[in-house]
Design a protein around this ligand. Structure first.
Ligand code: G4P
Length: 528
């Protein structure tokens, strides 16, 4: 019984946004409410500032900070909240995609002036594919921005969501007066005092109350009434089941910087957001309240200190409890491992814990045993699904620049790929290695880390690939497939899992291939 109680207390989620929308600021205010930090400014922004793309110190600093902010946990009311960090920088999008496999829900932050931006679109698309419940927070209401209804339209159209506002702004920018909380039926007046942690609210049973005119002025009160009427007329009633299925997304308005509208968001969040959800493995559906432990690695972080080469593997606990000094089965290696100092995360600290529950994240010190997607269990053979690789955007040959260090280079490449820094493809024809990345920045990170952590040197050579397509033949023995492999042999490679990949040089070539070999399916992600 206590296991179920513990699990139901957990809310594990991610905040996603385009850089600069206010993710870091919102995270920090949430932590303030949880009493996990005492003052603003305690959470470091982990974003890479513009123009820093070739500044290695910046990259290294960045990696340090992102360990600290990988998981931020705090207690609020009787709930245990785990926020998983999702890098906003597009070059690290792959990292974010993987983190989304470990969250049970997300909050999407949108800048009221900029509206829906590119990175938000991509990340929301991934959440939609997985039916992850989403709450939208429209931020920076203290600034002039788009009309609230226009913005709701934009969110629906660009993100393909069905929204329903659970709060509504009264004015905006210079005229911003506050927020009507549809969920709690009260008004929160804006003071613009960012030092105030918790503002006063004024409750109304109905918006027709004449006192409202006195408080915010007749004009604003009239406009609010009209707007709320429109909200009720246009948007569906909030329905928790629909939200949990990913079919309806509640929207809140506020200003994270001013800590305004954040408490409302958090209070609603802990009430409606899902507790840990069952997860599909290749073998069966695994439920969080099962007594036996299972979990999977969704992130690996290398130690920056070259003297301590160990890494931290982040495990999402899917079921049961994870206990210190207990042997668990590493399914891929088929061997039992024990962990004497598993880390749990609290605010911006990590500490050793004896027991963690489904929904929690533990950080395990690793000397190279883990790679992303690995499963740990109490003995059962389980392989969790849903950590796909997407086609990289950039492709380059990697060459050894120091013949004496071939071994170090191979080891370095191997470990960096296990961490998920980039993807490795090996050409079938000649065994040459090709590195695929989401952003050009990763090539510099890899080169730098190979040299500083493994003592190996590399150079790159352009390889003009448009997309990596994972190949699925209807019949592996068919003549058509044999013919395909013969004609395309120059463009065939294997990924790290040994899956066959077609490295297409143009979208035209993909089209032609699909026409010519209809029984050979091409996929843009490794899981289909
Ligand atoms: P990110 O993590 O999503 O990239 O965004 P972050 O929280 O770092 O916020 C980006 C910028 O937007 C910051 O300003 C932050 O202070 C500002 N901001 C966040 N929320 C609000 C809000 O509600 N209203 C207003 N007006 N601004 C907001 P910056 O100048 O880029 O950084 P900083 O020097 O203040 O740290």
């Amino acid at each position: 019984m206590s296991l179920v109680k513990e699990i139901n207390k957990r809310r594990t989620f991610g905040i996603i946004s385009h850089p600069d929308a206010g993710k870091t600021t919102l995270t920090e205010k949430l932590l303030l409410f949880g009493g996990a930090i005492q003052e603003a400014g305690a959470v470091k922004s982990n974003k890479i500032k513009k123009g820093a793309t070739s500044d290695f110190m910046e990259i290294e600093r960045q990696r340090g900070i992102s360990v600290a902010t990988s998981v931020l946990a705090f207690n609020y009311r009787d709930k245990k909240i785990n926020i998983l960090d999702t890098p906003g920088h597009k070059d690290f999008a792959e990292d974010t995609f993987r983190t989304l496999t470990a969250v049970d829900s997300v909050i999407v932050v949108i800048d009221v002036a900029k509206g829906v931006e590119e990175q938000t679109e991509k990340l929301v698309q991934v959440c939609r594919m997985r039916n992850i419940p989403m709450i939208v927070f429209i931020n920076k209401l203290d600034r002039e921005g788009k009309d609230a209804f226009d913005l709701l339209d934009e969110v629906e159209q660009k993100l393909g969501l069905q929204v329903t506002p659970l709060s509504f702004p009264i004015g905006m920018g210079y005229d911003f007066k506050g927020i009507y909380n549809i969920w709690e039926k009260n008004i929160n007046l804006f003071s613009g005092d960012s030092k105030k942690n918790i503002e006063e609210t004024i409750a109304f049973d109905h918006v027709e109350d004449p006192e409202l005119d006195q408080i915010i002025g007749a004009h604003a009160a009239g406009a609010l009434r009209e707007n709320l009427e429109l909200v009720h007329g246009v948007y569906p009633e909030f329905d928790r089941e629909a939200y949990l299925k990913g079919e309806l997304q509640p929207v809140f308005f506020g200003s994270a910087l001013n800590n305004f509208g954040v408490r409302e968001l958090l209070d609603c969040f802990i009430e409606i957001a899902p507790f840990p959800r069952p997860k599909q493995s290749e073998e069966r559906l695994v439920k969080p309240e099962e007594e036996t432990f299972s979990g999977f690695v969704f992130k690996i972080h290398a130690n920056m200190d070259p003297k301590h080469r160990d890494r931290l593997a982040f495990i999402k606990i899917v079921s049961g409890t994870f206990e210190r000094n207990t042997p668990y089965l590493h399914v891929r290696h088929n061997k039992k491992l024990k962990f004497s100092s598993p880390n749990a995360f609290f605010a911006e600290k990590k500490e050793i814990v004896d027991i963690s529950y489904a929904g929690d994240i533990v950080g395990l010190h690793d000397t190279g045993n883990f790679k992303i997607g690995d499963t740990l269990t109490e003995g059962e053979i389980l392989n969790f699904k849903g950590i796909p690789s997407f086609s990289p955007e950039h492709f380059r040959y990697i060459n050894n620049a120091d013949p004496m260090k071939a071994k170090q280079l191979a080891k370095g490449i191997d470990q960096l790929m296990d961490e998920g820094v980039a993807q490795l493809f090996t050409l079938q024809l000649n065994g040459r290695k090709v590195i695929g990345t989401v952003g050009a920045l990763q090539y510099e990170v890899i080169q730098y880390r190979l040299e500083h952590e493994y003592g190996a040197k590399c150079t790159y050579e352009n390889f003009p690939v448009h997309k990596a397509c994972w190949i699925e033949p209807d019949d592996p023995k068919s003549e058509e497939y044999t013919e395909f492999k013969r004609v395309k042999q120059k463009f065939l490679a294997t990924d790290k899992q040994g899956q066959l990949v077609f490295l297409a040089d143009s979208s035209f070539s993909i089209q032609m291939t699909q026409q010519k070999y209809p029984s050979v399916k091409l996929h843009f992600s490794s899981e289909y």
